[in-house]
Write a protein that binds this ligand. Structure first.
Ligand code: ADP
Length: 463
């Protein structure tokens, strides 16, 4: 089966979040299942400045590199659109020409397939940035014999980001106005690119079973629940896997000391070094909470911010890594000033530090309000760092009372209650060690999920 993965971020070339982890791992997992895969993404500045990846020019406007040994990754280049520091935004907010940038990416991706003479069985698109590909396949390229039999899958990694643009920008899409209606790309007189992906793809998919149901409700659908309900027989959920060649405490090159189930006491070294690095008192008996996250309401920062003062008065330590809403930057900065021996804060994106937090913390705090899949909780499990989560989406599908701490009513009080509960559990060393062992034994490898994707592709092909 010939598969194209089109995504706006792919590890190890460019990353802002979980989509990149999937973009980098899924192609390799599909290849293991016997599929022929290529990847297409924008040629950002980060791609061309990479110190670790060899990127070469294929032709004017397209560069190429490799994922694993055999998978070609193609980059749609355009200095005007992609030679910038950010992927989607700068400090002032979203780039104003994002519609130009990603519609260009989608059009050129399809043209590239023709140039490469790569006739796909499946074009698998991810999030709004590549959502115009299914739209173009069903409109501009509908009669094109090259794409005869090509089916599109659209995966929603986060329905909260939809690519909304003013109606006046519609001509930029090179589409007929007839698709600008309630059954197409229109959403309350605006262009909604994600909606286009949902409507025009052959099958829709999300990154966990629970989230695939949740997005069909008003509470989680962000306005897309109606259109998803209409297509409910074509909406599926497959949990993301984790790339254990990157996320394994036994082999992780970033962490202070490697450990596995048999040498789990070496996790203490990681905790001690992390406490030193974070300028927190080196205390084995005080539970260290780790957060690696966007500082956003989605990630639970609203209830965390409400409760943080109370939380900081408890017998715990906390290290936070992430960037996001300035409002939450400020609240957390104030906490560091007020409780310097309790909270350590890093307002940046830092891959090495992220690995060290997963390895050195005792508890991983991820109280997301909604979470399509979530990778942080899966990573932390592997590192024996017990996740504390709100029961939603992929968190509900991967964390339970046997491997973590779960609260099921979204409020500051429930968060605080669950943190207190986890502090008590931490004191009982024997049962805590058993909990760590259970966590580390959890397996979310890509193999199972890749098999499910192949089944989904088959389903799309047979229509
Ligand atoms: P998201 O909704 O942001 O995609 P996920 O849990 O699916 O959330 O994935 C987040 C990924 O990004 C994880 O691999 C996490 O470790 C990583 N990450 C998030 N913030 C940072 C940061 N500030 N520095 C380094 N890695 C980060």
């Amino acid at each position: 089966m010939k598969i194209v993965i089109a995504a706006s971020e792919v590890v190890p070339f460019a990353k802002t979040g979980g989509l990149a982890d999937v973009g980098g791992a899924l192609p390799l997992a599909l290849e293991k299942q016997g599929a022929e895969v290529i990847v297409i993404m924008p040629g950002y500045r980060a791609v061309h400045n990479s110190k670790t990846q060899k990127v070469t020019l294929l032709k004017d406007g397209v560069s190429v590199s490799r994922l694993g040994k055999k998978i070609n990754v193609y980059f749609i280049d355009n200095n005007k659109y992609f030679d910038r520091d950010g992927l989607y935004q700068d400090k002032t907010g979203d780039y104003p020409d994002n519609l130009d940038r990603f519609s260009y990416f989608c059009k050129e991706s399809l043209e590239l397939l023709k140039y490469l003479k790569f006739r796909p069985d499946i074009v698998h698109c991810h999030d709004w940035q590549s959502a115009l590909i299914p739209v173009y396949l069903k409109t501009i390229y509908k009669q094109d014999p090259f794409f005869k039999g090509a089916k599109s899958i659209f995966t929603i990694h986060n329905i909260g980001y939809q690519g909304l643009f003013a109606k006046e920008e519609f001509p930029k899409l090179s589409l007929d106005w007839s698709v600008f209606n309630m059954e197409g790309l229109e959403y309350y007189n605006k262009i909604n690119i994600l909606k286009g992906g949902i409507v025009f793809s052959d099958l829709v998919n999300t990154v966990s079973q629970t989230y695939s149901k949740e997005i069909q409700t008003k509470e989680f659908g962000f306005g897309m629940e109606g259109i998803l309900n209409k297509r409910r027989n074509s909406v599926f959920g497959i949990i993301n896997g984790l790339d254990y060649s990157i996320w394994d405490p036994a082999t992780d090159k970033h962490i202070f000391k490697n450990f596995n189930l048999k040498t789990v006491e070496d996790k203490d070294v990681n905790k001690e070094e992390l406490q030193k690095f974070c300028k927190l008192p080196v205390k084995k008996g005080v539970p260290l909470f780790g957060i690696v996250s966007r500082l956003a309401e989605q990630k639970g920062f609203d209830i965390l911010a409400e409760g943080i003062d109370k939380i900081c008065k408890m017998d715990l330590q906390m290290v936070i890594l992430g960037t996001g809403d300035l409002k939450y930057h400020k609240i957390m900065e104030d906490m560091v000033k007020k409780y310097p021996k309790v909270v350590s804060l890093y307002l940046k994106f830092d891959d090495t530090l992220a690995h060290r937090i997963y390895a050195g913390s005792d508890i991983f705090l991820m109280p997301s309000k909604y979470e399509p899949c979530g990778l942080g909780q899966m990573i932390s499990l592997k590192y024996g760092t017990i996740p504390l989560v709100f029961k939603t989406g992929g968190l509900a599908d991967t964390v339970n009372e046997k491997n973590g701490f779960v609260f099921s009513s979204y409020s500051k009080d429930e968060l605080i209650r669950t943190i207190k509960f986890s502090l008590d559990a931490f004191k009982k060393r024997k049962s805590w060690n058993a909990l760590m062992e259970k966590a580390m034994k959890c397996n979310f490898s890509w193999d199972e999920s890749a098999k499910k994707y192949i089944q989904l592709y088959e389903k799309a092909k047979t229509g």
